[in-house]
Design a binder for this molecule. Structure first.
Ligand code: ADP
Ligand code: MG
Length: 351
């Protein structure tokens, strides 16, 4: 068993507290993704699990062991970084086996483990090459191979695909998902890219400023966010938000949407300020003259139409196919009231 449990985990760098008491359970064999904007504490938290940063408060368990004070080499984890840091003078096989060689493993065992990792990663034909003769994606695969060879209970990835171009990133994402299915180990994966998070994770942990905003399955976070931050962070293009005022139980006035929005959510007292969130794909253009077209982005299969309301609020509408109304055209907006999410003034979701 090698789940990971964080309890009230705190990290301070000198006076500055950057992780403010994180509680989190990652199940054995789970693919867990930490996602959030740059600087929110993803790497710090991952490095604390690895033991590369010490923990200022709280505890970290891996499997049955409390590892809070345990040396990184004794934690049963292997980390893959954004930069591959391969030894240029060693072959692929030597790079992958180097860690085991340093810890005195017999040559036969090392070559067996390297061969197995090479099979999993389809690196078999490249074992005698030097890193300079490899593409970026192949180098990152060698770096992952180095982790596999160590046979860790928990794999830790810190933005491993950020240095790759867009096409390779998609390819490696598929590879990493396959790797997880094949070896079934617990994996914690850090990224700022919500698409990577959505496609890889069993469980996503959304972090912001050193705190957990929400934990859930990808589509749970998408369809049922707990707060405005998660609603705005998950999904691309981002959810639209417009200001609204509660009219009565179950009804709010949202001038930026051109009228009132009925809802089954429990709204605060009449007169309270709330926000309405609607995803671009839940908005449609209709006849009407409430919104001005500011810009269109036609991507072929789908078009994004940027409009502004009389209030100055900007919204994005997603339309199927080529929809390119001229800039300056006045249009109306339609949506199903049931797709509108409501948020209190403090950002908490109103359900
Ligand atoms: P992320 O990986 O989400 O981009 P980090 O975990 O790297 O964020 O950083 C979280 C916060 O901790 C940031 O405010 C960063 O400036 C701070 N931080 C990270 N490492 C150190 C350090 N060694 N000394 C001081 N502050 C640090
Ligand atoms: Mg980072």
């Amino acid at each position: 068993m090698s789940g990971v449990v964080l309890q009230k985990v705190v990290k301070r760098f000198g006076e500055a507290e950057v992780i403010h008491g994180v509680d989190l359970t990652i199940e054995d064999g789970e693919f867990c993704v930490f996602v959030g904007p740059s600087g929110c504490g993803k790497s710090t938290l991952l490095r604390m699990v690895a033991g590369l940063e010490d923990t200022s408060g709280g505890s970290i368990r891996i499997g049955a062991r409390d590892v809070t004070q345990v040396d990184p080499s004794e934690r049963g984890v292997a980390m893959v970084f954004q930069t591959y840091a391969l030894y240029p003078h060693m072959t692929v096989a030597e790079n992958m086996g180097f860690g085991l060689k340093m810890t005195g493993h017999p040559a036969q065992e090392i070559s067996r483990k390297v061969a197995e990792a090479a099979r999993i990663l389809k690196l078999g034909d490249l074992l005698s090459r030097k890193p300079k003769a490899l593409s970026g994606g192949q180098r990152q695969r060698v770096a992952i191979g180095r982790a596999i060879v160590r046979g860790p209970e928990v794999f830790l990835f810190d933005e491993p695909l950020s240095n790759l171009d867009a096409e390779l990133r998609v390819e490696m994402r598929v590879e990493i998902a396959r790797l997880h299915r094949e070896i079934g180990a617990t994996m914690i994966y850090v990224t700022h890219d919500q698409v990577e998070a959505m496609t890889l994770a069993d469980k996503i942990v959304v972090l912001r400023k050193g705190r957990v905003e929400q934990v859930g399955k990808p589509l749970e976070l998408y369809h049922d966010p707990d707060n405005r931050f998660v609603a705005g962070f998950i999904g691309s293009p981002a959810m639209n938000f417009v200001a609204a005022t509660v009219v009565s139980a179950g009804l709010a006035e949202a001038p930026g949407l051109g009228g009132t929005v009925p809802t089954a959510a429990h709204l605060p007292a009449a007169g309270s300020k709330v926000e309405v969130g609607l995803r671009p794909q839940h908005l449609r253009i209709t006849g009407g003259e409430t919104h001005r077209v500011e810009m269109t982005e036609a991507l072929g299969g789908v078009s994004f139409i940027h409009v502004s309301a009389a209030t100055g609020e900007k919204l994005v509408i997603e339309a199927k196919g080529d929809v390119t109304p001229a800039i300056g055209t006045m249009v109306g907006l339609a949506y199903e009231a049931g797709d509108a999410l409501f948020f209190a003034a403090d950002g908490q979701r109103l359900r």
